[in-house]
Ligand binder design. Structure first.
Ligand code: 13P
Length: 339
């Protein structure tokens, strides 16, 4: 393990004013996104779409890294350059999703464990050679009447820590993603309790597995009301609760927290991140690693049409710029009209 490389890469991933674009949708997920715009998911359409995203002029000012899916890491851009090289040449760090999706934990109410530890070392070796410098593993925790169970928490904390330790052995910075789903009608306080306990368990396991905290990035959910709760906490309440929760459970040695958007609207995810950075007070960079909240409008504009490619890229740049401002707490709602 090269501590210096890990620390330097982790710092670059959460550089001031920038964040990460999550473009690592698995084949079933990208198919779902494409079906919504009436586009067939083929190797070519997936390549064309990722090419649109990664060549968007100006995004390197706001995007520090991109998370890729296995297929994309091996694909070439329209210009003939391999995607990881195209990104690196633009000063954007290429990363790779290394988990293999979810499976149900027997004996639970459909709670999930993440697959992918088997053969991980071999895959990481190859990913490094293909140009990846960081990795991502997503664990999923859901909130319900008897959820999360202690078994689900234990299994996921353990596999996140195993994965992170193995990544660091290959000099890849692990993004540790315990996603607490937004689904449900729970209130903000319940979400805060679950995220706090999840993070405590994750960091206990990370310590047990001797993971270098300075060489990792945490990718958590924000503390919000459940999506089906009619009484939604306001932006400042979300920001305060999220920072309070993280101060209690995330060690100061972690260089950055890069939030997922998890089904929030693009504007709300930006507003929440902005409010947190406006409040400040934490020892870590508060950044973003958004998938849907960065791509949603771009994808809707493009819909597979070459004629809309340029406009779709402008929309991506605008969304990245709004989130870049949110990194400083200087995002204003009126920026939404400045496209
Ligand atoms: P969302 O921001 O759409 O939640 O995606 C982030 C991600 O990478 C989920 O694993």
């Amino acid at each position: 393990m090269n501590k210096h490389t890990l620390e330097a890469t982790a710092k670059d991933m959460v550089a001031r004013g920038k964040g990460i674009l999550a473009a690592d949708e698995s084949l079933p997920t990208i198919e779902k996104r494409f079906t919504a715009i009436d586009l067939e998911s083929t190797e070519k359409t997936r390549r064309d779409y990722r090419d649109l995203l990664f060549t968007a002029p100006g995004i390197e000012e706001y995007i520090s890294g991109v998370i890729l899916f296995d297929e994309t890491l091996r694909q070439q851009s329209l210009s003939g350059k391999p995607f990881p090289k195209l990104l690196a040449d633009r000063g954007i760090i290429p990363g790779i999703k290394v988990d293999m999706g979810l499976t149900t934990i027997p004996g639970t109410q459909e709670e999930k464990a993440t697959k992918g530890l088997d053969g991980l070392e071999k895959r990481l070796e190859e990913y490094r050679q293909l140009g990846a410098r960081f990795a991502k593993w997503r664990a999923v925790i859901s909130i319900g009447n008897h959820k999360p169970s202690s078994l689900c928490m234990k299994i996921n904390a353990h596999s996140l820590a195993r994965y992170a330790a193995i990544c660091q052995d290959f000099d890849l910075v692990p993004i540790v993603e315990p996603e607490v789903l937004i689904n449900g009608d729970h209130d903000l306080a319940r979400c805060e309790t679950v995220i706090e306990e999840t993070l405590r368990q994750v960091f206990r396991e990370l310590a047990r597995h001797r993971v270098l905290l300075e060489g990792m990035i945490l990718k958590p959910s924000m503390v919000t009301s459940g999506i089906d709760n009619p009484d939604q906490a306001d932006i400042n309440t979300v920001a305060e609760a999220t920072i309070r929760c993280f101060k209690r459970s995330v060690p100061a040695a972690v260089p950055g927290i890069a939030f997922l958007s998890g089904g929030q609207s693009s504007e709300l995810a930006t507003a929440h991140l902005n409010a947190m950075n406006h409040l400040g007070g934490g020892p870590w960079e508060l950044s973003f690693s958004f998938g849907r909240a960065l791509q949603e409008k771009t994808l809707l504009t493009w819909q597979g049409r070459d004629a809309e490619r340029e406009q779709a890229q402008k929309i991506l740049l605008h969304r990245a710029k709004c989130n870049g401002a949110a990194r400083f707490g200087t995002y204003l709602e009126k920026m939404e009209g400045e496209l």
